[in-house]
Design a protein. Structure first.
Length: 460
């Protein structure tokens, strides 16, 4: 058993038999755990009142009551893995304890060497529950096959090299950095890497860092102890722990404050996290995939992104090209996405004739693949003819902005002012290579205004 499995874990041992209590504590400490021992229900309550625990070994029969009383009173956090110890013939008490929330039971006498295996297995199950909870809350999209056309041949070659390197490695692989414009498919690429890599059987958690409130981001990523802040009524594991043994995808990583960037660097370098309000560290084994729609080198120059974190992320770097640069692949991708959309809504398959394919190829796609998906969904849902011509798309590569001339009258069909503003902002971002400050100067507005417009568009 690898000693690091219990390293840094806080474990409570509640057992009235002194020799067995000392034996268990010594064995767990030998494997790196921090052990607190108690001989009675009262001592256990005192210990639980002063600190949280990752796991607890709980005897059913104690001098001043039953160990199940601690479960019945909800003395343990929902994140504490509880193993019940019972003598032969006392299985009924163990079953009652499990009904009250214990994760498993051990029949005495037992070999202490079982403990690291049992505890680690149960902790992984608890982390999986946290991951499932987060995914349900985020309503993560079901995974679909990634479309690789000829225009992505170099990207596919890079991905294959990354997967091959990860499969050769032992331990936690280096992080992967995916660069690309908003909506270009970075999340789908991250899912492909996870599903085709050596951690496909582990969890994958996707986090949109720009959507995390700054006041809660640290707690969400790293977890917190009970009482760490006003609403922290019990300890909670973070998403790094929930992704242990799998992959954590950090989309729009540069949106996190510098203090959290430093903590993420620590995880990447040492594999250690520290919950909010805790004085101890916990080891995690997580493959991190980060994504950005801005130029991190420019962000470093503007003191908005840590240079040391950029260097750490820059080993496996993949550049996702914008949709407008993918040529003939646009029509092929549209056909693939159209088939998925028709299947999702239970509608007959539509076709895209040459005229429609030409319009798709000429359009500038400021919203990239996401915009293409929305355009196809709109055509299918609103019952356009079986042959999709996309007549509403800008003609000859012009965007709606390009078609508008201030010297001419507003056309009868009119314009949506918000859409024109969004296109101006995106055009400035494209022209400046993703540099928000430079785009703001072009438009004579503040950087916050540009970020707000981009965020509003992404959330639509």
């Amino acid at each position: 058993m690898n000693q690091s499995n219990l390293k840094g874990l806080a474990i409570l041992v509640v057992e009235d038999e002194a020799m067995l209590r000392k034996r268990i504590a010594a064995y767990l400490e030998k494997h790196g755990a921090e052990v607190t021992a108690a001989a009675t229900v009262a001592e256990a309550r005192n210990a639980l009142g002063s600190s949280g625990f990752d796991a607890a070994l709980l005897d059913v029969h104690l001098p001043d009551g039953s160990g199940t009383d601690l479960l019945r009173d909800s003395s343990f956090s929902s994140n504490t893995v509880v193993l019940v110890m019972t003598a032969e013939g006392g299985v009924g008490g163990a079953v009652e304890a499990m009904r009250l929330g214990a994760a498993d039971y051990l029949v005495k006498p037992f070999d202490p060497e079982e403990l690291p295996v049992r505890i680690e297995r149960l902790r992984r199950e608890r982390r999986r529950s946290r991951a499932d909870e987060f995914r349900a809350r985020q309503n993560a999209a079901a995974s679909v096959p990634f479309f690789f056309g000829p225009s992505l041949a170099k990207v596919r070659e890079q991905l294959d090299k990354i997967v091959a390197a990860e499969k050769r490695m032992h331990g936690t692989p280096p992080p992967v950095l995916i660069e690309g414009e908003t909506g270009s498919g970075k999340t789908s690429l991250a899912r492909w890497l996870h599903e085709n890599g050596p951690r496909a059987d582990g969890p994958m958690i996707e986090v949109n860092c720009s959507a995390l409130p700054e006041s809660l981001a640290e707690s969400e990523l790293f977890g917190h102890e009970r009482g760490a802040f006003t609403d922290a009524r019990e300890e909670r594991i973070g998403l790094f722990e929930a992704a242990d043994g799998g992959t954590l995808f950090l989309d729009e990583l540069p949106s996190l404050p510098a203090s959290l960037q430093a903590k993420i660097l620590t995880v990447l370098e040492d594999g250690l996290i520290r919950r909010v309000g805790s004085s101890r560290t916990t080891r995690v084994d997580v493959c991190v995939i980060a994504a950005t729609s801005v130029d991190l080198r420019e962000q470093v120059k503007e003191k908005k992104f840590r240079e040391d974190l950029l260097h750490r992320l820059d080993l496996f770097r993949v550049a996702m090209p914008p949709l407008r640069a993918r040529g003939a692949d646009i029509a092929s991708l549209a056909k693939e996405l159209l088939a998925r959309t028709c299947r999702r809504y239970g509608l007959p398959m539509r076709t895209i004739p040459k005229g429609g394919r030409d319009r798709l190829s000429r359009h500038t796609w400021p919203g990239n693949v996401r915009e293409l998906e929305h355009e196809l969904e709109r055509a299918v849902v609103f019952g356009e003819p079986d042959a999709l011509e996309f007549a509403n798309l800008a003609h000859e590569g012009e965007s709606r902005l390009g078609a508008f001339d201030l010297r001419s009258p507003i056309p009868p069909e009119g314009f949506v002012l918000d859409e024109l503003i969004d296109e101006l902002v995106r055009k400035a971002i494209q022209q400046t290579g993703g540099n928000v400050s430079a785009a703001a100067r072009l438009l004579s507005v503040t950087r916050d205004f540009v970020r707000y417009r981009l965020k509003q568009k992404d959330e639509e």
